[in-house]
Design a protein around this ligand. Sequence first.
Ligand code: KG4
Ligand code: ZN
Length: 349
Amino acid sequence: MKPTLGIESSCDEMAAAVVRGREILASVVHAQTDVHEPYGGVVPELASRDHARCVSQVVARALADAGLKPADLGGVAVTAGPGLVGSLLVGLCFGKAFAARHALPLVGVHHVAGHLASAELADPALVAPYLGLVVSGGHTALYRIEADAAPALLAETRDDAVGEAFDKVAKLLGLPYPGGPALARLAESGDERAIAFPRPMAHGAQQGFSYSGLKTAVAIELERRLGGRPANALPERERADIAASFQAAATDVLVSKARRLLAREGLGQLAIVGGVAANQRLRRVVEAAAREDGFRAVFPPLALCTDNAAMIAAAGARRLARGERDALDLGAFARAPIPALARASAGVA
Ligand code: KG4
Ligand code: ZN
């Protein structure tokens, strides 16, 4: 089996990786934290300009780290969406040109199918069927994963994604970008029972998630305490309690919904993927639930949780192995459900 080159540039990371089966031969991620930090969030135009500056070096570095030449590859997998279209186009155009120049087959990968593939890449014992929980800056959804079918959407957010809620609440608390990890760090010293924030749609019959109400509840609580003063006017202890109470509400909802769907679907394995899977509180409560209910929880290592190209190569390799190909007119897309594009690419060939 020849290795696959993966390219990912859907947001503010330019990444390239080489993967053979479940083996990661090289994985390079060029982050842009310093580019966006002054603005408190990702500036799309700056993201794509930085991608354009470094895409060829990142790909060259991945090949060099793997000790491979283009001729050693079996194909190229590149994220086609969803994401920032300007950012996506940089990786997509480079991937197409690279594939054409070296006469390699090309496949587009759905970013979420990539995240789902990271679990099988990380854990060889994980075999479908299982429940996949995608928690990132753009997605909050539960999928049923079967060996030879498209990931089937069971539940998703009606408004904000959980990572987006972490980032927005971090901003309200006056924390620096990127907010999610900073909020998680602040929460470590807080009391998560200090404030009973709402846990929207955690119980009851509804299938979806909702995070905008929780974010608003934090904003109201902060306004009540601050009365117009800046967030850093609050004592550190109070900010930590708010962070911890928000984090508890945000992650409890994920766990209760996943437990319910595991039972309903008769599944014994849960894979948690995407940037928010790096959250230690989420890991603790999922592991406690797994012990209690008797399911197996799989968390990829941190480097595979946040955006990376190894997961894209792994998802793309599945499509390549089935003989699927995309033409050079493959377009980037800002939003779309996991389409025919990513048919069953959640697994690893
Ligand atoms: O998967 P990812 O790298 O990019 C997207 O596809 O969105 O996820 C990034 C998201 C951001 O919202 C970030 O704040 C969040 O993951 N995140 C965290 C943690 N680390 C990253 N959220 C909570 N706790 C963390 N430790
Ligand atoms: Zn992502």
